[in-house]
Design a protein. Structure first.
Length: 163
């Protein structure tokens, strides 16, 4: 694996077997995270809903470049498992290391002295993460067909376009 990426990370989790997007809470009050289980530890990386969606879009774009396929994602693991790292992510970088044939995700938190985490994933693990991220993103509150705003079942939605 490329040492230039490791220089940026304060913590290298190594190759991950689980990279699972999750939503915690009720629609309208949800928080989003990536649950990571890797060879050198685990992490809960908290991200914004739209960042999760954009990460999935970028992963799908990167995977279309046609690099080789290896490995299978491991869907085992407990969603409530404790993590070695638990941080709010403010920036993400995504790359590919030709030497190892793996993809790299570099996550930073807001604190300059805080966590900077690198993890590596096989193509199938990233592809699964992106598919699940789209599902998690889209599983929130239903959208108003007129204005696109979120609605809550059983509550009145005030829509300027529907009036």
């Amino acid at each position: 694996m490329s040492s230039e990426y490791r220089a940026y990370a304060r913590r290298d989790l190594g190759v991950c077997t689980v990279l699972e997007p999750e939503a915690v809470g009720e629609p309208g009050q949800r928080f989003f995270r990536l649950r990571v289980e890797a060879e050198h530890g685990s992490a809960l990386l908290w991200i914004e809903k739209e960042e999760l969606h954009e990460l999935a879009v970028m992963v799908k774009r990167l995977l279309r470049t046609g690099v080789r396929r290896t490995g299978e994602p491991d869907a085992n693991g407990s969603p409530d498992a404790s993590a070695d790292v638990d941080c709010k992510v403010t920036s993400l970088a995504l790359g590919y290391d030709r030497a190892s044939g793996r993809y790299m995700l570099l996550a930073h938190d807001a604190d300059p002295d805080g966590e900077a985490i690198a993890l590596w994933a096989e193509r199938e693990v990233l592809d699964h993460m992106a598919d699940r991220a789209f599902e998690v993103h889209d599983a929130g509150r239903p959208r108003c067909p007129f204005c696109g705003g979120p609605t809550l079942p059983g509550k009145q939605h005030f829509c300027a376009r529907a009036n």
